[in-house]
Design a protein around this ligand. Structure first.
Ligand SMILES: Cc1ncc(COP(=O)(O)O)c(C=O)c1O
Length: 390
């Protein structure tokens, strides 16, 4: 039994999430308020006690840890050669946009989507094509929306000869959608037909609800495998984002060479002293902790849903089966996300992410991060409903 209930004070640790006024409760950026798995802390403590932190290389164990985890957990055989170390998923995305697109070419994204995709695209000279997802009332729970792809628009965007790249999020942040095999295969087909490379950001893949399995994009079909660059990492699931450790999986050898050159040119292809220990331990010893965490997070999400539905009858919530993020449709309570965010901050002392940063489709939405002890979540929900309930 691992402990997810103890509240740990993160103030004074230079935490991005918690660096705000002392009376404000932050439930925004995607990191968790739980300490990482004890197995990882122990391994890192051992590495610290050695005391020498010189340049670090990737060990054979690093390759085995990734390939072993994906085979065992996700039924996907990654070949060791396909793996490239990167200090983070965003460094990989940014490097790949710069290396794989010419100035002003298009990169397609399915919005609302993780806001930093916009930065990676625009900062590297490409253009964003927003393909808004369609929200359909979920057949299981009609206060929920299930997000699906607008295939006509996606096809039109992929066919544009200026489109060379798609950045896909699997599972999807912020809606939590776990994409099915048909969807993945169909994207792969469209990409192949139109000479588009797909970067599949799978950083949230180990945070599915218990009983729900994600399908790696590259595992959906041979076509998907050959058109893809997949970004994976232990950082979201094990709450070690500050350790800067991830990998790109690139099965196609020519594409792999380009990605490897891109990461090396941008100097984000070498691990820090803790990056390898943390990743290896997460993927070889972290399973039991992760499974309990997934139970806890799923309990948090259900708790939040029922509390919000009760207090805010007009709210709608995305029905995603992954991530610890809740995508809240608050258009019945205010059309402008920033105004909603500001009001909740001012009157409720609660800080949530404003929906419009995830694309035009996010206007009137807020994103709530439920990865905290239940008592903290309860307090956050009290603050939110206290402001919005009339
Ligand atoms: C979808 C997605 N990709 C990437 C990242 C960040 O990745 P990294 O810290 O490895 O750059 C996040 C963090 O929230 C995310 O949600």
């Amino acid at each position: 039994m691992y402990d997810f209930d103890t509240v740990i004070d993160r103030r004074g640790t230079d935490s991005l999430k918690w660096n705000m006024e002392p009376d404000v409760l932050p439930m925004w950026v995607a990191d968790m308020d739980f300490p990482t798995a004890p197995e990882i802390r122990e391994a890192l403590a051992g590495r610290v006690s050695h005391g020498v932190f010189g340049y670090t290389e990737l060990s054979g164990e690093w390759y085995d840890a990734y390939t072993g985890w994906w085979k065992k957990r996700h039924g996907f055989e990654i070949e060791k050669d396909w793996l490239i170390f990167s200090t983070g998923v965003i460094p990989t995305l940014s490097s790949c946009v710069r290396r794989l697109t010419a100035p002003n070419e298009n990169v397609v994204i399915l919005t609302p989507v993780y806001n930093i995709f916009f930065n990676s695209i625009l900062n590297n000279g490409a253009r964003v094509l927003q393909c808004p997802l369609i929200a359909n009332p979920d057949s299981i729970d009609e206060k929920c929306d299930r997000y699906v792809i607008n295939w006509d628009l996606l096809e039109q965007y992929m066919k544009d000869p200026q489109t060379t790249l798609m950045i896909f999020c699997n599972p999807h942040n912020p809606t939590g959608t776990v994409w099915d095999r048909d969807t993945l295969s169909r994207i792969g087909e469209l990409a192949k037909e139109n000479h588009v490379t797909v970067i599949s950001d799978e950083i949230h893949c180990d945070l599915t609800d218990p009983g729900t399995e994600y399908i790696p994009f590259a595992a959906a079909s041979p076509v998907c495998r050959d058109v893809s660059i997949t970004c994976i990492a232990p950082t979201k699931a094990f709450n070690i984002a500050g350790l800067l450790t991830s990998a790109a999986v690139v099965p196609d050898p020519d594409l792999r060479h380009k990605v490897w050159r891109a990461l090396n040119t941008d100097e984000c292809g070498e691990p820090g002293a803790f990056a390898v220990t943390a990743a290896v331990t997460a993927f070889t010893k972290g399973g039991p902790w992760l499974d309990e965490l997934r139970q806890y997070l799923s309990g948090n999400k259900s708790f939040a849903r029922s509390c919000l539905y009760k207090a805010l009858p007009e709210i709608r919530i995305a029905s995603g089966e992954a991530t610890y993020l809740l995508w809240l449709d608050l258009r019945a309570y205010g059309k402008d996300s920033e105004e909603l965010q500001e009001k909740i901050l001012k009157e409720g002392k609660l800080y949530l992410s404003s929906g419009e940063i995830y694309g035009d489709a996010g206007e009137g939405f807020l994103r709530l991060n439920a990865a905290c002890p239940r008592s903290v979540l309860e307090e956050g929900l009290k603050r939110l409903t206290g402001v919005l309930a009339v």
